[in-house]
Design a protein around this ligand. Structure first.
Ligand code: WT7
Length: 585
């Protein structure tokens, strides 16, 4: 009970939260020390930190002691290659132990870790490796062949490619080294580097509506928020069996797939396989999973398979099911609550916020369909927008807060929490635009009911949420216009029962191109090859013209209004391309 009171909003302070961590001499803080090293040197040394369930075959366990051995070896190997202290290390891997060792080893050595989504095609991979100035990539031989080799000559910063799972010798690239030769041979036990709490630690890429993806910079101090929310929301305790199903290529996979559970001394399940209803229920039952963090898309897929499948499994170990990434409707929540026999808690946050900001919690009545209330230490607010989605300001130029219950505004957070992003890499102006006075603007629209619960309404921009992944329309449009038959493309998200939204492209063809089924298939293939299946459009429509703003930008908001059969005015609060409504050409 004591732990619960310590996390209640009234008594919470970030300083107290910091005090729960170990820290390093002279005010230092290192995520890898908090997550692994201190447990390896304490009573949890022999507790299982990571239980890997390979696609086929027996589970592989790593205790905190063993995980630290591997982690410190990786750090030593990077130091040997001359790669730590500010140099980027990225993974392009599925769920396997080397990903965790790379992430933690990079942090232990004082480097910056970047996960890449393994379903990305060569274009998104190359773009992010270059923007992030990544010096070392850890991947498999198969991914190297498919996603790196085609763009290798574009990767000016990449100095070493570390291959896990064998096959390095067959790759014709002098920068390739075999994980076994490099890491297994490195000395273990070097302590984590004393990094400053404000030292860069994580670089996550997220999509923008225009231009290149944004490199979201997080520092070691973020661990304070990972730890605090891991306790306040996910209720994590030492020895808990915890399973986060998020892909490790995205921020949830780091904040709550690696850092939060390990900081709390939990045993974290890492399942190499993709979603399969029977396997999931069996895993929860066999591993006695207590805390399960997943996504609405996954829950909706489970509803599709049906509750009967769950019946033959004993899911009674579950204490809490968390959800993140997209709206969790009340119906799916209720279904999941009954099937899992545990509270289902929706949580809201973003790559930029680094940790959960708004959530339903065990110590609060759950309000199905709502995202919950701000977590201890976080002040949320709603900023008033004009009908075109522009921020309203008072006479002094300060943003105006929504005061009425249920009035829609832009969801904002008071700046200054530990895991707040410290910048968009090399894009200061873009970073500054996220703030208005004391507020960080999320870009989401929400309302707050009379009891202070927040309800998701939509986005205030063109970003697409598909299966929980944020997709930037610009990146998809760019890949399509690379095709010789395409002059221009406009990409939007359209509602989809399972994925939330799916990517749809409207394409203006070159004068000499025929709008045939063959060409459509060819474009689909082109987009999938360049972007990977998770980002490529599911639907392509040939369009004789595309709407533009006066400044020449594609007006995606209008494309969407037409697609959904709405008046443009209906969408102005939902899809802002602020100020553009009168400027359609
Ligand atoms: C966007 C952030 C948070 C880690 C994974 C996604 C949407 C997130 C919810 C929720 C409705 C949600 C928002 C947000 N989102 N959680 N509980 N209900 N929408 O991080 O890729 O940066 O995406 O995901 O639109 O802004 P991300």
């Amino acid at each position: 009970m004591e732990e619960r009171t310590a996390t209640s909003a009234a008594t919470f302070s970030w300083d107290d939260a910091r005090a729960h961590l170990d820290g390093l001499p002279d005010g230092g803080l290192n995520i890898a020390h908090e997550a692994v090293e201190r447990h390896a040197n304490g009573p949890l040394a022999d507790t299982t930190a990571l239980r890997w369930l390979p696609r086929r075959g027996d589970p592989v366990d790593l205790t905190y002691g063993e995980l630290w051995t591997e982690t410190s070896r990786f750090a030593a190997a990077m130091a040997e290659l001359g790669h730590l202290g500010g140099h980027g290390v990225a993974t392009l891997l599925g769920r396997r132990p080397e990903l965790y060792v790379t992430a933690l080893g990079t942090l232990a050595g004082g480097g910056v870790y970047t996960p890449l989504f393994s379903a990305f095609g060569p274009d998104p991979v190359a773009m992010r490796l270059e923007l992030g100035r990544i010096g070392v990539l850890v991947t498999t031989a198969a991914f190297y062949r498919r996603k790196v080799a085609p763009v290798r000559d574009r990767l000016d910063h990449l100095r070493h490619v570390v291959i896990v799972g064998g096959g390095a010798a067959d790759l014709d690239d002098p920068t390739v080294v075999d994980w076994a030769d490099l890491v297994d041979a490195a000395p273990a036990g070097t302590p984590a580097r004393r990094t400053d709490p404000e030292a860069r630690a994580l670089l996550h890429f997220t999509s923008g509506t225009t231009g290149t993806p944004k490199g979201v910079v997080h520092v070691h101090e973020a661990v304070v928020a990972h730890a605090a929310t891991g306790r306040a929301v996910l209720d994590l305790r030492p020895g808990d069996v915890y399973w986060c199903t998020a892909d490790p290529g995205w921020v949830t996979g780091t904040s709550y797939g690696i850092v939060a559970p390990l900081v709390h001394g939990a045993t974290t399940i890492v399942d190499e396989a993709d979603l399969d209803a029977e396997r999931w229920y069996a895993t929860i039952a066999e591993q006695r999973v207590e805390v399960f963090y997943t996504a609405p898309t996954a829950l909706r897929m489970l509803t599709r398979v049906g509750a009967d499948v769950a019946k033959s499994f004993d899911l009674s170990s579950l204490r809490l099911v968390g959800s993140v990434g997209e709206p969790l409707d009340a119906e799916t929540l209720e279904w999941a609550r009954l099937v899992f026999g545990a509270p289902v808690l929706d949580t809201w946050w973003q790559t930029e916020t680094g940790a959960i900001m708004i959530a339903n919690r065990l110590d609060h009545p759950v309000r199905p369909g709502s995202m919950g209330v701000p977590v201890p230490g976080i002040t949320a607010g709603l900023l008033r927008l004009d009908p075109l989605g522009e921020l309203m300001v008072d006479a002094d130029g300060a943003p105006v807060e929504v005061t009425e219950a249920d009035e829609v505004g832009e969801l904002a957070l008071r700046s200054g929490w530990p895991s707040m992003f410290r910048g968009y890499l090399d894009q200061d102006e873009r970073y500054r635009r996220c703030f208005a006075g004391p507020w960080y603007r999320s870009g989401d629209l929400a309302r707050r009911d009379a009891d202070g619960y927040y309800w998701f309404v939509g986005r205030n921009n063109d970003l697409i949420k598909s299966s929980g992944h944020l997709i930037g329309p610009f990146e998809v449009e760019s890949a399509l216009t690379e095709h010789p038959s395409v002059v221009e493309a406009g990409v939007i998200g359209v509602p989809d029962e399972t994925m939330g939204e799916k990517v749809k492209a409207f394409v203006l063809l070159a004068a000499d191109a025929e709008p045939t089924e063959d060409l459509r298939r060819d474009l689909m293939g082109h987009a999938r090859a360049r972007l990977g299946p998770a980002v490529a459009p599911r639907e392509i429509e040939f369009s004789p013209e595309l709407p533009h703003t006066r400044s020449g930008k594609i007006m995606r908001r209008l494309l969407k209004a037409r697609e959904l059969g709405l008046e443009i005015g209906d969408l102005s609060m939902l899809e802002g391309a602020p100020g553009d409504a009168e400027a359609v050409t």
